[in-house]
Write a protein that binds this ligand. Structure first.
Ligand code: ADP
Ligand code: MG
Length: 321
């Protein structure tokens, strides 16, 4: 549905988007995740034909966003970071205005009524936009993206500035829209993306650094087999025992956690699985093991590592089957 190849964008000398390629299949909900300034809005502005790229190409359903812009744009609904709402119009007037602007062919009133119902703003249809809450205004922005029933929805930070209840409502709306649309949304907050997206594209410093499902991202990067164990007993004695376990490379005490029990971080040699040997040795020495947990990275930690310029992690990026 969306095919992006070798996309770059320079603002003056500043390279804001650096040779980004990816493709998105029809019906997918994809999240652009990256810190502020990563280049998310710039890429979205290029995908929607708002600004041009310095190099590279964008195809929407096979139509080039520059060469066949009318065909391509007809297939896209866009919610920019700051939606251009007219505060002195009522919700209905505004959506009629967008309808005219987009030269939509469907019968006007039924089409707009359907969108009002879908986005659940029918109760405020005749209110002035300036009198609406931020959550409702965001819904009006999403409604305007839906005018003309485009296949693709591109939503730039759709939940920014909303309160927790509104965030949940907008998330639910996006999930619902995802059933009939291809959706791309951006956020600098991982949990936001994780809650609604099937696939995650991580962008940092203008570069695409990962493109995968959340599950694969966790699995690929969490081959870390280090363990955190909680053991009853005198700290130095337990450390000696743990150090004597075959396959253990290093032992670090994480301090006292309960009366008489300490946590220890165990790093194995060559990434071996040391769970069984650790358990056996402790029981041989009559030491009580209270808990054992994997120190595998959470998606949050993965994201932080990936977007930390000093971290050296190689990811199979941009691969598509
Ligand atoms: P994000 O949406 O991920 O926060 P942006 O795409 O807005 O990132 O910005 C990417 C980079 O490009 C930033 O360094 C930003 O300062 C710069 N930038 C964005 N828009 C412009 C512009 N119109 N002129 C110059 N620099 C820009
Ligand atoms: Mg942005």
């Amino acid at each position: 549905m969306i095919e992006v190849t070798g996309l770059s964008k320079k603002y003056g000398k500043h390279l804001a988007v650096d040779n980004v390629s990816f493709s998105i299949k029809k019906g997918e909900i994809v999240g652009f995740l990256g810190p502020n300034g990563a280049g998310k809005s710039t890429i979205m502005n290029i995908l929607t034909g708002y600004i041009s790229s310095t190099s590279g190409s964008v195809l929407i359903d096979g139509f080039d966003i520059l060469e066949q812009s009318e065909q391509a744009k007809k297939r896209i609904g866009y919610l920019p970071e700051i939606p251009p709402l007219y505060p002195d119009m009522t919700v209905r007037e505004y959506l009629y205005f967008i309808y005219d602007l987009k030269k939509v062919k469907f019968p006007k009133k039924p089409h707009i009524d359907e969108i009002l119902g879908l986005v659940k703003i029918d109760d405020v249809a005749n209110r002035l936009i300036k009198n609406l809450s931020k959550g409702y205004r965001q819904r009006v922005g999403i409604a305007s993206a839906l005018v003309g029933n485009p296949d693709v929805l591109i939503l730039d930070e759709p939940t920014v500035g909303l309160d927790p209840k509104q965030i949940i409502e907008i998330r639910e709306l996006i999930s619902k829209l995802g059933k009939n649309h291809t959706v791309i949304l951006s956020s600098h907050i991982l949990s936001e993306i994780q809650a609604v997206c099937e696939k995650i594209i991580i962008i940092n410093g203008g570069k695409l650094i990962a493109n995968d499902t959340a599950e694969n991202l966790s699995n690929n990067l969490s081959s870390d087999r280090s363990l955190i164990v909680r053991v009853v007993g005198e700290e130095q004695e337990v450390i000696k025992i743990l150090q004597s376990v075959k396959g253990v490379d290093s032992v670090k005490s994480l301090g006292k956690q309960e009366s008489n029990a300490y946590d220890y971080l165990l790093t194995p040699q060559d990434n071996t699985d040391i769970r069984a040997t650790v358990f056996e040795r402790l029981s041989e020495r009559n030491k009580t093991l209270l808990s054992m947990q994997s120190n595998a990275l959470t998606l949050e930690q993965i994201f932080l590592r990936l977007t930390d310029a000093t971290a050296q992690i190689n990811l199979p990026n941009g691969e598509e089957e």
